[in-house]
Design a protein around this ligand. Structure first.
Ligand code: SF4
Length: 342
């Protein structure tokens, strides 16, 4: 069996079956752009070649196992099982703007152990392959198609730290952007990181038009270290160098999760303003989704708004984000492997 993303093997299959190149183009369009699934893609091939393609190609590597739909907003958590039995999660977000987004995972679990994150408490199991990353997009596109929706934006904000799985990340971004495959503009894709300086620089050299979002959460070294153990290794000073470098390609997205009594005081505000001076940045203020077993508390909405207003007054592009999917544990930092697949 060959992977649907193995272009050389599919080209060999095409030649062996004397299929015209334009039929392969239609086949891929059906699968990746029109979300018609395996049967819809095979229907684009000459009849006498369909059997051979059906027998030889692995169209998907993940098994779709569960779906949880939010009762308070338009989020759906999709649970997939890998062939070696691990469960991973993706989240479909349907905000009021009507623009459907998909949040995907890049690893099974995560080694970064951020104190506010449920995934971090699972520990790290393994990296996902590029096929497993892409399959989340292919299958989610098919799942939302009956609603008349298509996935407009793809964000790497699910389980895992994408920049610690760099080669599969790069391969999957290549496919997401490639015209014969998903054909996403770089501006429709976003990768979120805790801040791995050398990887951030490699990333912005290779994909300068894909949005990079840094989970900063504090501009005070001692506070950041408590929230994110990776901060001990990659200090704020090191990250600032990388931010200056990556921002040569455009504005950097700064994610700032607001935690009551932790990073929402005057000192925190001032540190943030000083830290981001001279860096073209867009700051996202994010609410914290509390969950059992975590003793952190989110900053109340009015205080978040006041913090955001002060940042705007200080000259920063700032957005006050709302969370989707909190009731189905699908919101930021809540994705977790609830049960073992094996
Ligand atoms: S916030 Fe991201 S990087 Fe940190 S533990 Fe969770 S999944 Fe890993």
């Amino acid at each position: 069996m060959v992977s649907i993303y193995d272009t050389d093997a599919i080209e060999a299959l095409r030649i062996r079956n004397a299929v015209q190149p334009h039929r392969i183009k239609l086949f891929r369009n059906a699968l990746f752009k029109n979300a018609l699934g395996r049967a819809g893609a095979l229907a684009e091939l000459p009849e006498d070649a369909r059997g051979e393609f059906a027998r030889n190609i692995d169209f998907q590597v993940l098994e779709f196992t569960e779906r949880h739909d939010s009762e308070i907003d338009g989020a759906s958590k999709l649970v997939f099982k890998t062939t070696d039995g691990h469960l991973i999660e993706s989240v479909v977000l349907r905000p009021a703007t009507g623009r459907t987004s998909l949040c995907i995972s890049s690893q099974v679990g995560c080694a970064c152990s951020c104190s506010f994150c449920a995934t971090g408490k699972m520990g790290f199991t393994r990296n996902l392959t590029a096929d497993e990353i892409l399959d989340q997009v292919t299958q989610a596109s098919r799942i939302v198609k009956p609603e008349g929706r298509s996935i407009r934006n793809v964000v790497f904000m699910g389980m895992g730290e994408p920049l610690l799985n760099l080669e599969p990340l790069f391969q999957s971004l290549d496919f997401l952007r490639a015209a014969p495959f998903f054909n996403y503009a770089g501006s429709r894709l976003m990768v979120s990181t805790v801040g791995i300086p050398h990887a951030m620089e490699r990333f912005s050299e290779k994909h300068p038009d894909v949005q990079l979002a840094l989970s900063l959460h504090s501009a005070r070294q001692e506070v950041r270290e408590k929230l994110m153990p990776q901060a001990r290794k990659y200090t704020l000073d090191m990250l600032r160098e990388s931010l200056l470098e990556t921002s040569r390609h455009g504005k950097v997205m700064i994610e700032y999760l607001m935690l009551s009594g932790v990073n929402d005081g005057d000192e925190d505000f001032q540190a943030l303003v000083n830290y981001l001076r001279d860096i073209p940045a867009h700051i996202n203020i994010i609410p914290f989704n509390e969950y059992a077993g975590c003793n952190l508390r989110g900053t109340p909405q009015l205080e978040r708004k006041a913090f955001a207003d002060r940042l705007k007054a200080a000259g920063f592009d700032t957005t006050l984000r709302y969370s989707l999917g909190a009731d189905i544990a699908a919101a930021c930092g809540q994705l977790v492997q609830h049960k073992k697949g094996i």
